[in-house]
Ligand binder design. Structure first.
Ligand code: CP
Length: 319
């Protein structure tokens, strides 16, 4: 990859994005056996710098780094000297002084990953694990990996695939990264949401916009339900949860309108009963847990390609 940081999907070319998915596929093939660990990043140090809560992203980056034999330092703002007023600069420099060569940052402020990478404060590589409502590039990459695994005819081109991203687009960093990546790979992406949850300036996104899930759902190959991010809502964006669910939820009735070949996605964590019914989340068409599993190999590929690890062995080895 030509980039030394992964801050946005815009850091990748289409060729690099497919190369990254291919690397993840190769890593998945090798570590699918009894031996899960590769010596590729032995002696290297990776830091998880999380100012916001996370289950999937933080744990899968940790698992990814460990499977490549890197040392991992986990930092959570809660319980750290951030509560005493320590700045992002001082925190990052402290972690680099402990040997961090790559910092994975999640922060509530849009642009924080870019600030860390481009400030000159540190030399370490920076990976954006979600910055405010801006981007979450590794989520988009694992989503693309998951879609590709279900539509092998589209291994090198997503043209012809129709993907709906549904719900709270306004507060979603996942939606922006997915829209950028999936359209770059060739898919047709439609954002489906009430007008109040569509961001201003969406005209500049490479997508279609629809206000009717019922109109769109029969044509979709993948339906990606987004979490209603109540914690980021300081206003009423829809009348009631019941109405939201009725109009924009993947209800059990709407599940029947999906093509049988279509897949159901959700980045997690889910609000069951609000944006997605339990029957939909647990249905045979749901790939939500596959997304979680794929997050590990995709993040292994990101770490490997950014840090320039030793060549990947052709099969798992004892380390
Ligand atoms: N998809 C995602 O970012 O989940 P977490 O908030 O649990 O990391």
């Amino acid at each position: 990859m030509h980039t030394r940081n992964l801050l946005s999907i815009k850091d990748l070319t289409r060729v690099e994005a497919f190369e990254l998915l291919d690397t993840a596929h190769e890593l998945s093939r090798i570590t699918d056996g009894a031996i899960k660990k590769l010596p590729t990043l032995r002696g290297r140090t990776v830091v998880n710098l999380f100012f916001e809560d996370s289950t999937r992203t933080r744990l899968s980056f940790e698992a990814a780094a460990k499977r490549l034999s890197a040392d991992v330092i986990n930092f959570s703002a809660k319980g750290s000297s951030v509560s005493k007023g320590e700045s992002l600069k001082d925190t990052a420099q402290t972690l680099e002084a402990m040997g961090a060569e790559l910092i994975i940052i999640r922060h509530g402020a849009s642009g924080s990953a870019q600030r860390l990478a481009e400030s000159g404060w540190i030399k370490a590589h920076v990976v954006n694990a979600g910055d405010g409502t801006h981007e979450h590039p590794t989520q988009a990459l694992l989503d693309a990996f998951t879609i590709r695994s279900h539509f092998p005819a589209h291994k090198t081109d997503f043209q012809g695939l129709r993907i709906g991203i549904v719900g709270d687009i306004l507060h979603s960093r996942v939606a922006r990264s997915d829209a950028l990546l999936l359209t770059m790979l060739g898919a047709k992406v439609t954002l489906i949401a009430p007008p109040t949850l569509i961001p201003i300036g969406v005209e500049s996104w490479p997508v279609n916009v629809s206000y009717s899930l019922d109109e769109e759902i029969p044509a979709l190959d993948a339906v990606m339900m987004l979490r209603v991010q109540s914690e980021r809502m300081d206003d009423a964006f829809f009348p009631t949860e019941r109405e939201y669910s009725r109009d924009y939820g993947l209800t059990t009735e709407r599940l029947r309108a999906l093509k049988k070949s279509a897949i159901i996605m959700h980045p997690g964590p889910m609000n069951r009963g609000l944006e997605i019914s339990a029957a939909s989340a647990d249905s045979e068409q749901s790939v939500i847990l596959e997304q979680v599993a794929n997050g590990v190999v995709v993040r292994m590929a990101v770490l490997y390609l950014l840090m320039g690890g030793a060549p990947i062995p052709t099969e798992g080895v004892l380390v």
